[in-house]
Design a protein around this ligand. Structure first.
Ligand code: SF4
Length: 327
């Protein structure tokens, strides 16, 4: 860990201005990932900008849907009455994430900004294009059991570790960010990126921008939803695969569907073709099996993670089945 300077800011403008003056710096909120990364020498910000006192903790319904401030605490959001009632898929995803202790510290913005848990990324003795561009990828030929089956490149096959983000991608959320050029909104599905030739870039934030919140449009997915997470340890582990499934039903017919997966790509992986297929279909096992087949098209294993191909298909069917059963 290197020496660093510390600044506490009390407004969004001060946060953005401070980072602009300290391009080697970084924001800290809950610190549940950044502090680990600093201790291991994976990230070395020269100035830590503490944003915890910014007024960004709101959870409120507006004409645009539900707005959640970037500093809202994961456990508070998951237990919020509005979230449990109108956005139950998000509440389920939060509860599947991390441990109770971590959820009590972690913020919504920090959850989005967390880095991959690829073990080669954390081990500074190993090559990793994400940590050190051009050094190679230890996981490609290594122990890649946790790694991507969709959207990977020959530079990086890491996955994004969040559960919350999978639900937000399925629910068509948007991210609000502020930088020196002002405020802008980014579709949640465009926020995280695929690794391509630049795996060091996790997302589409411009340099110096701060996440101030996310907004989820009002939606009909209040009843038949399920967040399925398959992991090695039920108490606390990152997803091998996860599935966010949401159905809007008319009798036994699916009016519309939302499906996204976690643990399978560098970003939350939305299954739009499978969603299109499900619209207007009866909610039967046959429909779900076909949706899984469509959703898994293009999936590719890298050796140790080949089991995710079967597990992914089975997970889609199980997620949809549990959404219908409303369990
Ligand atoms: Fe690094 Fe990505 Fe390869 Fe992991 S998969 S070693 S994060 S480049």
């Amino acid at each position: 860990m290197i020496n660093f300077e510390f600044t506490r800011v009390s407004s969004v403008k001060a946060a953005v201005d401070t980072l602009a003056k300290n391009p080697g710096g970084g924001f800290i909120a809950g610190g549940t990932n950044l502090v680990d990364l600093m201790k291991r020498g994976v990230m070395s910000p020269t100035r830590i900008i503490d944003i915890n006192t910014l007024p960004l903790k709101q959870v409120e319904e507006t004409k645009n849907g539900l707005t959640i401030g970037a500093l809202a605490i994961n456990s508070d959001v998951s237990e919020h009455e509005l979230v449990k009632k109108n956005y139950p898929l998000l509440a389920m995803a939060f509860k599947a994430g991390a441990s109770a202790q971590l959820r009590n510290m972690a913020t919504v913005g920090g959850n989005m900004m967390q880095r991959t848990r690829c073990t080669y990324f954390y081990d500074t003795a190993m090559p990793c294009n994400k940590r050190q561009p051009g050094s190679g990828c230890g996981a490609l030929q290594g122990y890649n059991r946790m790694h991507a089956i969709f959207g990977a490149s020959n530079k990086c096959i890491a996955v994004h570790p969040s559960d919350m983000c999978v639900a937000l991608a399925a629910l068509n959320a948007t991210v609000t960010v502020v930088g020196s050029k002002g405020q802008r909104n980014i579709l949640f599905t465009d926020f995280h990126r695929l690794p391509g030739e630049q795996p060091e870039k996790d997302n589409t934030l411009a340099k110096g921008e701060l996440i101030t919140g996310v907004t989820i449009p009002a939606n009909p997915f209040t009843k038949n939803v399920y967040y399925l997470k398959i992991r090695d340890r039920a108490s606390y582990a990152f997803a091998l695969i996860s599935v966010a499934a949401a159905l809007d039903m008319s009798g036994d017919t699916i009016k519309s569907a939302r499906l996204a997966m976690g643990g399978v790509s560098h970003k939350p992986w939305r299954l739009t073709e499978a969603e299109k297929f499900l619209a207007g279909k009866p909610a039967t096992n046959e429909s779900f099996l076909r949706a899984a087949e469509i959703g898994m098209k293009g999936a590719k294993g890298y050796g140790y993670n080949n089991f995710k191909l079967k597990m992914g298909a089975a997970g889609i069917v199980e997620g949809l089945t549990k959404a219908i059963q409303n369990v």
